[in-house]
Design a protein around this ligand. Structure first.
Ligand code: PLP
Length: 304
C-alpha cells in the first residue's frame, strides 16, 4: 500500500542568492523536502519508509515508537501508520502535560495511543515490558526507535540523494537530532564531498561518532558535525533566530521551523559569511520539514 498523498515530485530545489552568497562566491540550493507532505514532512517520511514496508510485508498490524511531547516523528508516525492501516502507540517522554502540545493532539487524533513515561525511564526504556503491555492481542508489534533511528531509518534517509543530481554538489548540510538523516546522507555521499551536520542540541559530544558509526564502514565523504548553532539547546530560541527566520521568509519565501531548519539556515548563511566555504562551492541544504512544530510558538511570532 502506498501513501498516495506523499508527493516526492514536490521536493523542488530552491536557489538562494543574496549578498552573502555573492560575496562568498558560492551557490546555495535548498532541497524542499518540507513540501512532500504537510505532516509526514521532510526527512520523517524517508526514515519511516522501510519500517512501514517491513511491517506491511510481515503482516504486522501495530507499531510502537518513542518521542518527546513536541516530536515531529511522533506525528509523522501516527499519520503514516493510520494511512497504512497500522495501529500505533507513542511512548512519550515525561509526565503527561496538563495541556497537550499540538503534536500530541494531532497524533492522538490520528489514532495513536499515547503513553507517558518519566524522563528517567525514557532514557533506557524497558522495551520488553512496554511491548508486553501494548501487545494486547499477542500479535507481533514493530518497535521503531526514537526519531526512526536504526538501520531502516538510515537506509531510507540515504535515498534522499535520489531526488537530486548528487555529483553537482561539493557540500551537503542538514540539521542533526538523532543524526539518522545525516548518517544516511553520509553513507551515500561521494568521495570529495563534504557532509556537514548542524547539531540542534547543546554539548551532544557523542553525536559525531554516533553518526559515523550509524552510516557504516563504506563512506567515502568527509563528515563534520558543527556544534555552534544550537541557540542554547534543543528547542531553545531567541529573538535573533526569530528575526532571521522572518527575514528569510520575506526575502526568499523560505519557511523554516525554529527547532531544526531555522538553526540550519542560520548556520549555513553565517558560515558563508565567515568564508568557511571555498569560492565555487556548490552547497546543498536539506530542508527536513518540521514546520508543524512552529505551532507551539506564540501567535504572530512568525510572519508565516
Ligand atoms: C526530526 C527532524 C530532524 C532530525 O533528524 P534526525 O534524523 O533525527 O537527525 C531534522 N529536521 C526536522 C525538521 C525534523 O523534524
Amino acid at each position: 500500500m502506498e501513501i498516495s498523498s506523499i508527493d516526492l515530485s514536490a521536493a523542488t530545489i530552491q536557489k538562494i542568492s543574496n549578498e552573502r552568497t555573492r560575496a562568498g562566491q558560492v551557490n546555495l540550493s535548498v532541497l524542499r523536502l518540507d513540501k512532500i507532505h504537510p505532516v509526514i514532512s521532510g526527512n520523517k517520511w524517508f526514515k519511516l519508509k522501510y519500517y512501514l514496508q517491513d511491517a506491511m510485508s510481515r503482516g504486522i498490524k501495530s507499531l510502537l515508537t518513542f518521542g518527546g511531547p513536541y516530536s515531529n516523528h511522533i506525528v509523522a508516525t501516527a499519520l503514516a501508520s493510520q494511512l497504512h492501516g497500522i495501529k500505533s502507540v507513542g511512548i512519550i517522554r515525561g509526565e503527561e502535560p496538563k495541556v497537550w502540545s499540538p503534536s500530541l493532539v494531532d497524533a492522538h487524533g490520528m489514532g495513536m495511543e499515547l503513553h507517558f513515561i518519566s524522563r528517567e525511564e525514557f532514557k533506557s526504556p524497558n522495551r520488553d515490558q512496554l511491548i508486553h503491555s501494548f501487545n494486547r492481542d499477542n500479535e507481533p508489534l514493530l518497535v521503531v526507535p526514537e526519531g526512526g533511528s536504526g538501520e531502516a531509518g538510515v537506509l531510507g534517509a540515504s535515498e534522499i540523494w535520489g531526488l537530486v543530481e548528487k555529483s553537482a554538489y561539493s557540500h551537503v548540510m542538514a540539521a542533526a537530532g538523532t543524526g539518522t538523516t545525516l548518517a544516511g546522507l553520509l553513507r551515500s555521499a561521494e568521495s570529495g564531498q563534504s557532509v556537514i551536520g548542524i547539531s540542534v542540541m547543546k554539548d551532544n559530544l557523542s553525536l559525531q561518532n554516533h553518526i559515523e558509526t550509524l552510516s557504516g564502514p563504506d563512506k567515502k565523504a568527509n563528515f563534520i558535525l558543527n556544534q555552534n548553532y544550537h541557540f542554547g539547546g534543543y528547542a531553545k530560541k531567541n529573538t535573533e533566530l526569530m528575526q532571521f527566520m522572518n527575514e528569510l521568509y520575506k526575502e526568499h519565501g523560505l519557511p523554516t521551523d525554529f527547532v531544526y531548519t531555522g538553526k540550519l539556515m542560520y548556520a549555513v548563511l553565517d558560515l558563508i559569511n565567515k568564508n568557511y566555504f571555498p569560492p565555487g562551492s556548490d552547497i546543498l541544504v536539506i530542508h527536513s520539514g518540521g514546520l508543524q512544530g512552529n505551532r507551539s510558538l506564540a501567535p504572530r511570532t512568525l510572519v508565516y
